[in-house]
Design a protein around this ligand. Structure first.
Ligand code: PLP
Length: 329
């Protein structure tokens, strides 16, 4: 495997821990967690790994301004703002909708981290991202464009490296090292597909007996697989790994989207409270609360068998909790 150059601002390796009280409570498969909500900078999350590679490319191209975008409560934009500040870039983020009367959650943090926010308003966010890039370019500000979620092959490559990191952690924990496989499943929240693609490639290279199961938080099943498969193929190619993926090669589940993207229902709310009280662990209303709620259901219904061992890859998102305070308290 040929990993591209990267910067080093993430706190790695992230902890790998068993969730003993939750596993006892559910009395099903053993559940472990990989704490990518603890990747450092301003609150952590899965985008920080991707940004180590993306900002290295931005530097190599002598860029001075980072342009990206996302939903109003985008964790990706907040982590991009933090990484850009840390590396001395200007950062412009395009957010969906209009500025709220009172900035909270990730929007407040974006401002504190010095990002310039462009609100897309009634326009299409992708179009505004593109026009913002063109404007910065004509102004001579040397912009570097990061797609939604940092989900291109370079960003996804960070999750191939992350599986290598996990594999070496497994080797240092006797209970996991002697099990075969160490984990029957790896579950995580999937949306723009970069994490999913990277984990699929990394799984194939380093943990071939483990099912890499992305839980969709927004995309219908066929659409998600159609995004992830070509991205995984391109990521493998970037790393000189001889793998190709078609949609049937990608494991995904879209049964726990609930009311839709960023909409919190009872399952998400109960999952947030259960993990808080049993494990002292925070998951978020948009991504990890949905995905972990799905994992719990898969364990309770036996879809993930009792003798299995499942890893939940925590991707972060906790700042959004504060933006949902009125629905959580
Ligand atoms: C962005 C994000 C995801 C989804 O990752 P993708 O690579 O975009 O699929 C999951 N969880 C959290 C908390 C995120 O911010």
């Amino acid at each position: 495997m040929n990993l591209p150059p990267k910067l080093s601002f993430a706190h790695l390796p992230t902890p790998l821990e068993p969730l003993l009280r939750l596993s006892a409570h559910l009395a099903g498969a053993q559940i472990w967690i990989k704490r990518d909500d603890q990747t450092g900078l301003a609150g952590g999350g899965n985008k920080t790994r991707k940004l180590e590679y993306l900002l290295a490319e931005a530097k190599s191209q002598n860029a001075r301004t980072i342009i990206t975008g996302g939903a109003a409560q985008s964790n990706h934009c907040r982590q991009t703002a933090a990484a850009a500040a840390h590396e001395g870039f200007r950062c412009v983020i395009v957010l969906s909708g209009r500025a709220p009367a009172q900035a909270s959650g990730n929007i407040l943090l974006d401002e504190l981290l010095g990002a310039e926010i462009v609100w897309a308003g009634a326009e299409l966010r992708t179009a505004v991202m593109q026009s913002t890039f063109e404007k910065e370019k004509s102004a001579g500000n040397a912009p570097y464009f990061i797609p939604i979620g940092g989900s291109n092959p370079l960003g996804a490559a960070s999750y191939v490296a992350a599986v290598q990191e996990l594999q070496s952690q497994i080797q240092s924990i006797a209970e996991l090292k002697t099990a075969s496989p160490a984990f029957t499943h790896i579950c995580f929240a999937s949306s723009s597909g970069g994490t999913h693609a990277g984990l699929a490639v990394g799984g194939k290279a380093f943990l071939p007996e483990t099912q890499i199961l992305g839980l969709s938080v927004d995309e219908p099943l066929d659409h998600l697989k159609a995004i992830v498969a070509p991205l995984a193929t391109a990521t493998a190619q970037l790393l000189s790994l001889p793998y190709t993926f078609t949609p049937p090669d990608i494991h995904a589940n879209a049964d726990y989207i609930g009311a839709g993207y960023a909409l919190m229902g009872n399952r998400e709310r109960e999952t947030i409270r259960l993990l808080g009280r049993l494990e002292g662990l925070l998951v978020d209303p948009v991504y990890t609360g949905k995905a972990f709620g799905g994992l719990i259901d898969l364990v309770q219904t036996g879809a993930i068998p009792r003798n299995g061992r499942v890893l939940f890859w925590h991707t972060g998102g906790q700042p959004a909790l504060f933006a949902y305070a009125d629905q959580l308290s």
